[in-house]
Design a protein around this ligand. Structure first.
Ligand code: KIV
Ligand code: ZN
Length: 403
């Protein structure tokens, strides 16, 4: 029997996800999300792009300092999350990324450079030779600062495979420890992307010395399928976002990759260490704080994902849930609460309900919790009916947006 290997879950909700049109998160919101991702059990958090602005730098630095050391919920994983900062293959970017992440006990620099002819010719205006030189010196510089270095050939999926083999062989020789293959514009089909990963692993020199990673965009709705094809063909890291948020049509969604591996275990050569019971609460939190509504029929975390409407389906589920459910709702954190929240409810009940909807453990500070409690009491006093989950989500969003 083949020994399964652990899939590294690299969450980029706070970097690629924050590049979703219309999304800007303040530092408190980013910290709350990062704490939740750490409890969820992700292995790497790409906390931002530190050179992009002083605010981005500060947010990454705070996450490195405050979330980097946390072990809550990670007892089985046995180590804290790796805090990663993105950098173009540019000296100032790399040095700035390092300054932002260095206080985390485990930290990584992720540097990238486009390798497709269309990007080299029109965007970067450099030759293939210059591209190799730049990539190699970026990785060498990153390596002189930090042991853990990831390199991404941007638009890798549309690059000439032979050139890609050359670039990647050289960046591995320069010290890269993770090689991430982005399908930057979501162009590949699953069989093409799976074959690309398999071929690169076969042809790149010293490919067994690095972790191979996949980073897929969803322009044709194939991001999850492509990432899973990459995993079947040897990738051991998946770059994902909560709810699949990200540029344009978004990125591969974390919950879809994890629940595919969880549900169809025999199909994949990997296992995951995500606490699946926190998937829906985390999804709700990310949706609240980014303002990006999750479509009701979204796989795993949509409001309708576990609802049964037709009479035939309801009858089936009442007789045996497995007639129409391949995932137990409670396994992904869907709860039907029996707590009716109103003006007589105390802190314990509010805290419990907040945990069920995503704001658990250390995601709210003591001051924030006091604030939520007093806003809750105020609302409960003025309402004739119970305080709902939507009311709680609104209180939380308001609290963070005023921070
Ligand atoms: O989509 C992409 O190519 C990226 C890289 C920076 C990895 O986000
Ligand atoms: Zn991307």
């Amino acid at each position: 029997m083949i020994q399964k290997r652990k899939l590294i879950i690299f969450d980029t909700s706070l970097r690629d996800g924050e590049q979703s049109p219309g999304v800007t998160l303040n530092i408190d919101e980013k910290l709350a999300i990062a704490k939740q991702l750490s409890r969820l059990g992700v292995d790497v958090i790409e906390a931002g792009f530190p050179i992009a602005s002083p605010g981005d730098f500060l947010a990454v630095q705070k996450i490195a300092q405050e979330v980097g050391p946390l072990m809550e919920g990670r007892e089985e994983i046995g180590k804290p999350v790796i805090v990663c900062g993105l950098a173009r293959a540019v000296k100032k970017d790399i040095e700035t990324a390092f300054q932002a992440i260095k206080d985390a006990p485990c930290h990584r620099i992720h540097t990238f450079l486009a390798t497709s002819d269309i990007h080299l010719t029109y965007k970067l205006k450099i030759t293939r030779e210059q591209c190799i030189e730049r990539a190699v010196s970026a990785v060498k510089l990153a390596k002189s600062l930090c042991e853990d270095v990831e390199f991404s050939p941007e638009d890798g999926a549309r690059s000439d495979p032979e050139f890609l083999v050359e670039v990647l062989s050289q960046v591995i020789a320069a010290g890269a420890t993770t090689i991430n293959i982005p399908d930057t514009v979501g162009y590949k089909t699953p069989s093409e992307f799976g074959d690309l990963i398999a071929d690169l692993i076969k042809q790149v020199k010293d490919s067994d010395k690095v972790v191979w990673s996949v980073h897929c965009h969803n322009d044709l709705g194939l991001a999850t399928a492509n990432a899973l094809a990459g995993i079947k063909n040897g990738a051991l890291q998946a770059e994902v976002t909560m709810n699949g948020i990200g540029e344009r049509a978004g990125n591969t969604s974390l919950e879809e990759v994890v629940m595919n591996i969880h549900t169809r275990t025999l199909e994949y050569p990997v296992f995951h260490t995500i606490n699946t019971k926190l998937l829906v609460p985390t999804s709700r939190m990310v949706s609240d704080l980014t303002g990006m509504v999750v479509q009701p029929n979204k796989a795993i975390v949509g409001k309708n994902a576990f609802l049964h409407e037709s009479g035939i389906h309801q009858d089936g589920v009442l007789k045996n849930k497995e007639t129409y459910e391949i995932i137990r709702p409670e396994d992904v954190g869907v709860y039907t609460s029996n707590l009716l929240l109103g003006k007589h409810s105390g802190r314990h009940a509010i805290k419990t309900r907040l945990e069920e909807i995503g704001y658990s453990g250390n995601s709210l500070t003591e001051d924030q919790m006091n604030d939520v409690f007093s806003r809750f009491k105020h609302l409960a006093d003025s309402k004739k009916t119970a305080v709902t989950d939507d009311d709680l989500h609104a209180i939380i969003s308001d609290l963070f947006s005023r921070a």
